[in-house]
Design a protein around this ligand. Structure first.
Ligand SMILES: [Zn+2]
Length: 244
């Protein structure tokens, strides 16, 4: 049971579709993401974590082209989209709790995450108001801990390249958010409606959205859902849908 989601009425017009066949092409983010309950609870109960930095001295880089943003000397408080700052791209409760380094180690990944903030996070913020992403960039070290992998394992998740985010809007059905993103984002690589069970409340599950960094090839505009199959095993299926 989610320890944080208040009971809210189910939104009208919830999109329900028949289950699509299991996808044969494995997506690039083949495992569930960060423990959402913990991250979302922290966002709700610990607003001070977001407000702590002194934002008055932060540089405004909202109009700075990606190739002009330097990896070194970057102020974590710098505004990189109208409503998002650098530190929000690496924020991770799991990394904080386990003292895992989740800072960017590559300019490419930093710029990819800023590109995502400007073209995915910001349009969602403009439409639905303030929210804290559950997860954007995840270092290889964080990926290994999150997915319980050995030190030799390398994640292929787009999170590890700064090209993906996991989000939810409090009180808004996860499937509704995923559908909105599909219909309104100018571009996206993948939208995955993950583990959304409306019986568990509108905020069960989360929406994974990826966007390739400039120069990384065309975006696939692929919509998937991560749901249990008839045997209860979680699988990716094409299209956006709830688990039941
Ligand atoms: Zn994800």
């Amino acid at each position: 049971m989610s320890p944080r989601a208040p009971k809210t009425p189910k939104p009208k017009g919830l999109i329900r579709r028949k289950r699509a066949p299991t996808v044969t092409t494995p997506p690039t983010d083949p495992l569930p993401d960060a423990p959402k309950a913990a991250t979302a609870r922290a966002a709700v109960l610990d607003p001070g974590a977001r407000a702590a930095p002194n934002l008055s001295e932060a540089p405004d880089l909202t109009a700075t082209p990606l190739d002009k943003i330097s990896f070194k000397e970057l102020n974590p408080r710098a505004l990189i989209a109208p409503n998002f700052r650098v530190y929000e791209l690496t924020k991770s409760d799991l990394a904080s709790r386990r003292a895992i380094d989740n800072d960017f180690t590559s300019e490419q990944h930093l710029r990819a995450a800023i590109h995502l903030a400007r073209h995915v996070l910001q349009p969602i913020r403009d439409t639905f108001g303030s929210f804290t992403p559950n997860s954007v960039y995840r270092s290889q070290a964080l990926e290994r801990v999150l997915k319980n992998k050995p030190t030799t394992w390398l994640s292929t998740s787009q999170h590890a390249r700064g090209e993906a985010c996991d989000i939810e809007i409090v009180g808004m059905a996860t499937l509704t958010l995923a559908s909105w993103a599909r219909d309104h984002l100018a571009d996206f690589d993948q939208i995955i409606c993950e583990c959304y069970d409306p019986r568990q409340g509108p905020n069960s599950g989360w929406v994974h959205i990826s966007l390739k960094a400039p120069g990384q090839g065309p975006n696939r505009r692929q919509c998937l859902s991560y749901v249990p199959d008839t045997s209860g095993r979680l699988v990716y299926v094409s299209g956006l849908q709830a688990t039941a």
